[in-house]
Design a protein around this ligand. Structure first.
Ligand code: FAD
Length: 428
């Protein structure tokens, strides 16, 4: 388990050990003290700051040194999960009886996401497993299902994925073709899914399928499909533009007999269940995109201060200063909004619209940041050995997955032209 001794105290302030060297893809770290902070204060508890220090150490030892190899092989080693599980870094929220800390405070996940971005390991999918898929078991699983699966998910022996998207149904989930037929003592699952993160590594996949396509096209169930079930096949580990260490695969289900005890909740309410998870999913996205933007900013700042053009540092050019000032402003303003979304989410009040705004805006900010970052790097920005280059390709997906930017705008627009719309001065 992570320890208090991973952080130390100085003048009654917690000092986190280890700020990372931005010129390296992993490695050397120096202390970061409160005195260096130049943005609005953030709101983490002392325990969470210690957790941050401990997770940072874990990343430096177990994750960062492997990222390059994982990117080459197109998949994270399964041991990364068990190592994280051993130290209490997977799934913070499950009750202690299942091996978790029983703490649902989203700020723990925020820390995990931010620290992960800080070591360029956005394709290490701890959060996908721990906070994006795992909560389906918590929200809709029976006690028996929780007891059966959660301990192994917390320890990292059972890796999770969620499979909604199909070759012909992404944004339009209602167009899904996968079906599950009630056969009395089991469900018969048929269909194909694509672009599934953790698709190769996953031991347990939450699969969405229609359960009454003739009479009720909205009836959808969520089925727990386990590794080794007959008829469950994995397709290719798809080659991608970025996020190369994350396995993204096609999955096929041919007459898979899913036992009745592997259905999550009501087999007609899957669509509603998926919608309930989306606000948190988009908040996870927003936190991660912004953390990546923060890192891309730092990488670019270091570069322009070092790089000389026409006899002076690139940072002395007014164009550089204006571009960086714009980006610093956008990132810091977005950070305040996202931190506020996290606080509201912890109170159980984050709306789908506000989560959509967070996802939309942070993905756009990140894409602007990495684009300008590459530009300011010049040719170096196009070279693999410079972090900004991979940050650029990794970033492009953020405007597409977890709901595209256009879908985010639809959600926001639906709210603003509805009766629910409240003039700003009436908001309490
Ligand atoms: C790396 C990666 C990982 C992924 N991981 C997972 C996963 O783990 N599980 C999973 O289920 N899925 C996953 N996905 C799928 C992802 O969620 C979908 O790709 C995404 O929702 C978009 O769906 P689509 O690809 O079918 O595009 P489409 O829905 O076909 O969209 C194409 C274009 O049409 C636009 N469009 C669609 N509808 C409208 C509309 N009503 N109005 C205006 N424009 C519209 C879109 O914005 C987009 O620009 C992943 C995808 C990628 C690339």
């Amino acid at each position: 388990m992570w320890q208090e001794s991973d952080a130390c105290r100085r003048n009654n302030r917690v000092v986190i050990k280890g700020g990372c060297d931005n010129n390296k893809l992993s490695g050397a770290c120096s202390p970061v003290t409160d005195e260096r902070l130049t943005m609005l204060p953030r709101n983490f508890t002392e325990e969470q700051q210690m957790f941050r220090a401990a997770y940072r150490k874990f990343l430096e030892k177990e994750i960062a040194p492997n990222v390059e190899r994982w990117r080459e092989q197109g998949i994270v080693d399964r041991e990364a999960y068990t190592k994280a599980g051993e130290q209490g870094f997977l799934m913070i929220w499950p009750d202690e009886q299942y091996g978790g800390m029983g703490d649902h405070d989203f700020r723990f996940e925020q820390i995990i996401i931010e620290e992960t971005a800080n070591v360029y390991a956005g394709d290490w999918t701890n959060t996908l497993h721990s906070r994006l898929v795992g909560p389906y078991l918590d929200r809709f699983g029976s006690d028996e299902q929780k007891a059966r699966f959660l301990p192994k998910c917390v320890s990292g022996e059972c890796i999770l994925a969620v499979a909604m998207t199909e070759p012909d149904a992404g944004s339009d989930l209602a167009g899904m073709r996968a079906t599950a037929k009630d056969m009395g003592d089991h469900w018969l699952l048929n269909g194909a899914k694509t672009y599934i993160s953790n698709g190769i590594n996953a031991d347990l996949v939450v699969v969405a399928a229609k359960t009454d396509p003739e009479n009720n096209p909205h009836a959808m169930g969520l089925f727990l499909v386990e590794r080794g079930m007959e008829g469950f096949e994995r397709g290719r580990n798809l080659k991608k533009m970025g996020m190369k260490a994350q396995d993204t695969a096609e999955l096929f289900f041919n007459d898979v007999q899913v036992p009745k005890e592997n259905v999550l909740g009501d087999p007609t309410l899957g669509f509603v269940y998926l919608m309930q998870g989306l606000a948190e999913e988009r908040l996870i996205g927003a936190v991660g995109f912004l953390a990546a933007a923060q890192k891309a900013f730092e990488v670019t700042r270091d570069f322009v201060m070092e790089r000389k053009v026409f006899g002076k540092p690139l940072s002395a050019m007014q164009n550089t200063q204006f571009q960086m000032a714009d980006l610093r402003t956008e990132i810091d303003v977005a950070q305040a909004y996202v931190d506020q979304c996290v606080a509201v989410h912890n109170e159980g009040k984050l709306t789908a619209e506000d989560a959509a705004k967070a996802k939309l805006y942070t993905s756009e900010v990140l894409c602007r940041m990495v684009d300008e970052g590459v530009q300011l790097h010049g040719g170096a920005g196009y070279m693999d050995e410079y972090p900004i280059s991979r940050m650029y390709t990794d970033a492009r997906i953020t405007r597409i997955f977890a709901g595209t930017s256009e879908v985010m705008k639809l959600i926001i627009a639906r709210d603003l032209f509805s009766d629910k719309f409240a003039p700003y001065i009436d908001r309490t």
